[in-house]
Structure formats: C-alpha cells, structure tokens
Ligand binder design. Structure first.
Ligand code: SF4
Length: 163
C-alpha cells in the first residue's frame, strides 16, 4: 500500500486544524477528480508503520483537532487495511480527536468494516461533476453525504453530520 502525501496542518478538509493524509490509488476515475495524481496505485510513497508513527507525532499538538484521510481511495481493498490500522492507532492515542474520511464508496458498502469503528465522519459517494456545487461544505457534489458514523451505526440508518 502507498500514500501520496501528508499535510501537517490542513484547514480545508474537515473542521479546525487537522493532520491529513492522502492515500495513493483510486480505481474510480471520476471525471474532473480533484486529485488525479493519486489514482496510480504504484505512485507516491510506501505506507508502513513509520507512516503511522509520523501521523501520530504530527497530531500531538493541542492545536490539531483531528485527522483527515483522503485519496486516492482510502477504502479500496488495497488500502483499507492500512487506513484501518492508522485509524485504530490514532483513536487509541487521541480518543478526543476526530477522524474524518472521504471515500467514493457508499456508507452501506462499508458499514460492516472494522475501519468504521474508528471514523467519526465519513463523506461518501463518487464525485459527480454535473452535481458539483462550490457552496457545499466538505463535499464536492450534492450526491455525496457527510455522515455521522457512530450515530448511523447506532441507529442502523444514515444520520447526517451536523456541526
Ligand atoms: S473517488 Fe475521489 S479520488 Fe477517486 S476518482 Fe473519484 S474523486 Fe477522484
């Protein structure tokens, strides 16, 4: 598994100041994807235990309110194990900090996966250029949903995130 880049302080992807990691590799190829350089599964850098430790280290400051996991496709079968290991380690170390993740899959495809135990907010669904609206918060097209994962798992239905 590989990742494209890590941002030490990201204010664009989720609320507050966050560490973000962009996983490498996506098979969806949505037209006008915001991040086409992350599609190649052979690109980027090796994702390993050192990567996890680096993210944990960068998130130590009280100014960092959480971790954002984007792509590429963090939930692709080639990437989901690493995404899960990172999310688990992050939540164990920082239970009060949130994890947000963006995926082209649907919540319904992922709700039984271990990784969702650790993710607070999932922005799901493919980016659809014809539904793009720059006024949308945290998502690029109106078909995508900003989902409160814990509430959705508890109530066994989609509960949207509200600030
Ligand atoms: S799922 Fe995301 S990264 Fe993959 S092609 Fe679509 S917008 Fe790009």
């Amino acid at each position: 598994m590989r990742y494209a880049k890590i941002r030490k302080m990201d204010i664009s992807n989720g609320p507050g100041v966050r560490v973000s990691i962009f996983m490498q590799g996506c098979a969806f190829h949505c037209p006008n994807c915001f991040n086409p350089e992350t599609h190649d599964f052979q690109g980027g850098n090796e994702f390993n235990e050192q990567t996890i430790q680096k993210v944990l280290f960068l998130a130590e400051s009280d100014n960092i309110v959480g971790l954002s996991i984007l792509g590429g496709e963090p939930m692709h079968p080639a990437n989901i194990e690493g995404t899960c290991a990172l999310s688990k380690a992050f939540k164990e170390k920082y239970p009060a900090k949130s994890i947000w993740s963006w995926t082209g899959y649907q919540y319904e495809d992922l709700k039984d996966k271990e990784v969702l135990q650790y993710i607070d907010v999932l922005v799901d669904g493919l980016y659809k250029d014809e539904l793009h609206d720059f006024r949308l918060k945290w998502r690029g097209s109106s078909n995508q949903r900003v989902i409160d994962v814990a509430a959705s798992l508890k109530e066994n239905k989609i509960v949207l995130f509200t600030e």
